[in-house]
Design a protein around this ligand. Structure first.
Ligand SMILES: [Zn+2]
Length: 436
């Protein structure tokens, strides 16, 4: 068993909570003194950081939303002067502004340590060769994984994204053992591998760590079979740090949250109140070690549940379930809640793979209408109209049976829904635009 930081990952609950409380108090003091957003928010409810004497007091504090971060664009949420910031990243944020985040040298040290934990939990050691096929740029995925892997002492190949044939050549020739990318891109690599008629068993690839977008066990099964590897899920987001917030261990039964750095809560997205352990709700995270960019009760928008049971791996930190969707992406069509993810599962069930897809809500003659756009690939017999028509009908029937809605399924050109660079939103709601 591979526990990178036994002292912290296997702490007694009592010790952990004492450490969390001290770190939370320090963080609240820091943001109250240095970030005007938090000063105002705390003053508005008459809270001073010295008032917090136990962890339950956290639930009294206001939430931080993506909109708050966008309004603070670019640097207003920073809790240290820019001269102490050694790295800046940004995520897509809101349509108005990206969320710009910063790191001190200490923050980067912690980040590498946490990613090292996550890689170790998947069995990575310094003997491994890691291919990082995330975009090297403003997003946090690539650099987060890169420095964590170096921290372990593994050999890192920063292959970045795109040019899938070249990625496969690197996999093969450089004897990659560990692939890091989004699950969607792993599916793409698997597909191109098939097209190139390369048997995955001839590769040295043993495992993959996939994150950056929600995926389910169906997709995991397909990736594992097609790439002949073990696939691990992990969770992170730029606003909180990047990858390394939570990750699966070898038991692959939920993702351990690194609670000595982040305090997780699960709330009802409607009421903002805590939900019971095991119930699905929105994940809320508070950072308790970040210096440059601490966030208090940040609403991630991601839906999951909490599991406080002790894991068989020996780690004592709690686990969250796999992300089952985003609460801000639910679209309501004719009064029916539609999670994009559930449409994804239907596509996987019917086609055997999860193609790139997009949901478009529109108002047609004042009636809600849902269009599901699916990228065609060779698998969908692009030249055979009759078989395409049968596929579309099967999908429409399955969506009607499962979701309870009649959707209009449209096959679109390959490459027209850009998932790799995250430029195509999962959901486009045209009704909002027409009423604005
Ligand atoms: Zn475990």
């Amino acid at each position: 068993m591979n526990v990178w930081d036994r002292a912290h990952e296997c702490m007694s609950r009592e010790e952990l909570e004492q450490l969390q409380l001290e770190r939370l108090q320090a963080t609240l003091n820091r943001v109250y003194r240095n970030v005007s957003f938090y000063k105002k928010a705390f003053d508005a409810i008459g809270f001073v950081p010295e008032d917090l004497n136990d962890l339950s007091g956290l639930s009294r504090l206001p939430f931080t939303t993506r909109k708050d971060l966008a309004d603070a664009y670019p640097y207003e949420m920073f809790a240290v002067p820019l001269r102490e910031v050694v790295r800046v990243h940004a995520s897509s944020g809101t349509p108005e502004n990206p969320s710009v985040v910063g790191y001190t040298a200490n923050d980067l040290k912690h980040w590498s340590e946490l990613v090292a934990r996550m890689l170790s939990a998947a069995g990575v050691t310094k003997d491994d060769v890691i291919q990082v096929a995330f975009a090297y740029g403003l997003l946090t995925g690539a650099f987060g994984l890169h420095y964590g892997a170096e921290r372990i002492g593994a050999s890192v190949i920063p292959s970045s994204v795109g040019n899938t044939q070249r990625q496969i050549r690197i996999l093969k020739d450089y004897r990659t053992t560990t692939l890091v990318c989004t699950p969607g891109y792993a599916m793409r690599i698997a597909q191109v591998l098939e097209e190139m008629e390369i048997d995955p068993k001839t590769l040295t690839l043993r495992r993959g760590l996939f994150g950056g977008e929600p995926w389910g066990d169906e997709v995991r099964g397909i990736i594992e079979a097609k790439l002949y590897i073990e696939a691990y899920d992990n969770y992170g987001l730029s606003e909180v740090m990047g990858p390394g917030v939570a990750a699966e261990c070898e038991k692959r039964d939920g993702m351990h949250v690194y609670e000595d750095h982040f305090i997780p809560e699960i709330i009802d997205p409607e009421t903002g109140q805590a939900v019971p352990e095991g119930s699905v709700g929105e994940l809320v995270l508070t950072t308790i070690t970040k210096e440059a960019f601490p966030v208090i009760r940040f609403r991630t928008g991601d839906l999951t549940s909490m599991n406080n049971q002790r894991c068989a791996c020996g780690r004592t930190v709690s686990r969250i379930g796999r992300i089952s969707g985003r609460c801000d992406e639910i679209i309501i069509i004719k009064g029916v809640n539609v999670y994009p993810k559930s449409i994804g599962s239907i596509l996987t069930a019917v086609t055997g793979t999860e193609p790139a897809y997009q949901l478009v809500a529109d108002a047609v003659n004042h009636q809600d209408a849902l269009e599901v756009r699916i990228e065609v690939s060779e698998r969908f017999f692009f030249d055979k109209m009759e078989r395409q028509r049968i596929l579309v009908e099967r999908l429409q029937k399955k969506i009607r049976d499962t979701v309870g809605l009649t959707a209009h399924v449209v096959l679109v050109e390959k490459g027209s829904i850009n998932r790799v660079d995250e430029t195509s939103p999962m959901v486009v709601d045209r009704r909002k635009r027409s009423t604005a």
